[in-house]
Design a protein around this ligand. Structure first.
Ligand SMILES: Cc1cc2nc3c(=O)[nH]c(=O)nc-3n(C[C@H](O)[C@H](O)[C@H](O)COP(=O)(O)OP(=O)(O)OC[C@H]3O[C@@H](n4cnc5c(N)ncnc54)[C@H](O)[C@@H]3O)c2cc1C
Length: 430
């Protein structure tokens, strides 16, 4: 049995490992045109800043492929012939498969600005190739515009600032990262990033780009901003253009349509996992998840399906953590905010409790549904997502969580408890 896996990042490699564990004799081939060894995409920024070497971000040792007898093809897949059961390679030739996993991840969403890609200076930050190109282009003293107010946007603003560029962070929405932060939380992040010297402009939609020596951006009301380089960080799209016209059905946003348990796609013997797969969310909507740990779980589920095991892929309760410069961010569970797709939570009695720390640059938001805590969003302090996830599963009340909050402080022995003040906001709705 020949298993071909396109994409050797977290979803692809985890699938390959599951297959090998179940089938000692299977032929397993990993195809990718990115790095030879899988690496943590989430840690690219630390390589950019010189805090880690690329090798330090590799999450398995370099002997893995040999030990597991994985074959490695460094090439780009440009088509899939489902009837003939083979993938077409960019450098010529084709690779036959018995089972095919598409774990092709995301590509950057391109800036919809005339002329953006007609010359140098416009970058993205998703692949290792993007990283390498930006690494060469970004030089201290240059002026940079980072377009896009999400997680990749803030990371890029940070690494460019660390390298000594003058950074303008342009956020189209009224506040930064509105899929994850509410207005109060975003105000904390924006103030913090500004304090580090980044020019943060919320509500700054970029409407045009002109190339006159430097790059001149026109912002909403007509303001002009001249920079030497631009990084588009307006989100990602499934990396699936090469599947257009094939038997593999794509959803309207380009994600690969999968069965709810990831046990199949529309094409026989073809599976999908990770950022490129359209899956069912807890609110019933279907779209890709674009998270590291869900890509890992999906890869494992798809690998199991490929060896014929019955699969249950159910998205575990959401959690994540990040840093905006040195401001901690921790989230767990369901904390709906302004994103339209998540604006209407399922029916029930929703309440949101929010409090800023009186003396620290920190905040905590707790969302309840039918008097049970369903989600946490925190800035400025480290919290244990493990404890929060347990409380969510135990269906704890807000009063109970307040009483036990100190138990979820990450460095309990070094941190004073987060004070619960009578002045905290409690409002109806999520
Ligand atoms: C800068 C950055 C920061 C991030 N930070 C976080 C974070 O803090 N937390 C978090 O949860 N997630 C984060 N993410 C998202 C996370 O990295 C992704 O969800 C995860 O990498 C998805 O894994 P994957 O295996 O599905 O695909 P990917 O990691 O995208 O890998 C897909 C692989 O397939 C290859 N490929 C694609 N098409 C082809 C083709 N046609 N032929 C051959 N090979 C192909 C690609 O080159 C790539 O190697 C971040 C992403 C970026 C870019």
């Amino acid at each position: 049995m020949h298993h071909v896996i396109v994409g050797n990042s977290i979803a692809g490699v985890e699938a390959a490992l599951v297959i090998r564990r179940r089938d000692e004799t299977a032929r397993i081939t990993l195809v990718s045109d990115e790095s030879d060894h899988p690496f943590a995409r989430t840690a690219m920024m630390y390589v950019f800043c010189g805090q880690l070497r690329q090798e330090d971000t590799e999450f398995y040792d370099r002997g893995l492929y040999a030990r597991m007898r994985f074959e490695r093809v460094r090439d780009r897949v440009v088509g899939v012939d489902c009837a003939a059961h083979r993938v077409v390679l960019e450098r010529g030739g084709a690779l036959p498969y018995d089972r095919l996993l598409l774990a092709v991840g995301s590509a950057p969403r391109r800036l919809a600005l005339d002329g953006a890609y007609d010359g140098p200076g416009v970058h993205h930050y998703v692949s290792l190739q993007d990283h390498a190109a930006l690494d060469v282009a970004a030089k201290a003293g240059m002026r940079a515009a980072v377009v896009g107010g999400g997680l990749i946007g803030v990371e890029v603003a940070e690494v460019l600032h660390a390298r000594g560029l003058v950074v303008h962070w342009l956020v189209r929405d009224a506040w930064t990262w509105p899929v994850a932060l509410d207005r109060d939380e975003a105000a904390i992040v924006e103030a913090h990033v500004r304090q580090h010297g980044v020019d943060v402009r919320a509500g700054a939609e970029v409407s045009a780009l002109a190339r006159r020596g430097a790059l001149t951006l026109t912002l909403g009301a007509g303001d002009q901003l001249e920079v030497d380089l631009i990084v588009g960080a307006i989100g990602v799209v499934p990396n699936t253009r090469f599947l257009l016209g094939s038997e593999v059905a794509l959803s309207h946003d380009g994600g690969i349509e999968t069965a709810a348990d990831l046990s199949s796609t529309s094409a026989p013997d073809v599976y999908a996992a990770g950022d490129c797969a359209t899956v069912t969310w807890s609110d019933g909507s279907r779209r890709p998840e674009t998270l590291w740990y869900t890509a890992r779980d999906q890869g494992r589920a798809a690998g199991a399906a490929m060896v014929g095991d019955s699969v249950i892929y159910r998205r575990s309760t959401w959690y994540n953590s990040a840093k905006f410069f040195d401001l901690e961010y921790t989230t767990a569970g369901y904390v709906p905010v302004a994103e339209p797709a998540r604006r209407d939570p399922t029916p029930g009695h929703w309440q949101t409790w929010f409090q800023r720390h009186p003396n620290e640059n920190a905040s905590l938001r707790i969302v309840t549904k039918d008097d049970r805590v369903v989600g946490f969003n925190a800035l400025g302090r480290r919290w244990s997502t493990e404890v929060w996830l347990r409380w969510i599963h135990e269906r704890r009340s807000l009063a109970w969580v307040h009483e036990h909050l100190a138990e979820s402080t990450f460095d309990e022995e070094f941190m004073a408890p987060f004070p619960i003040l009578p002045s905290a906001m409690l409002h109806e709705g999520a």
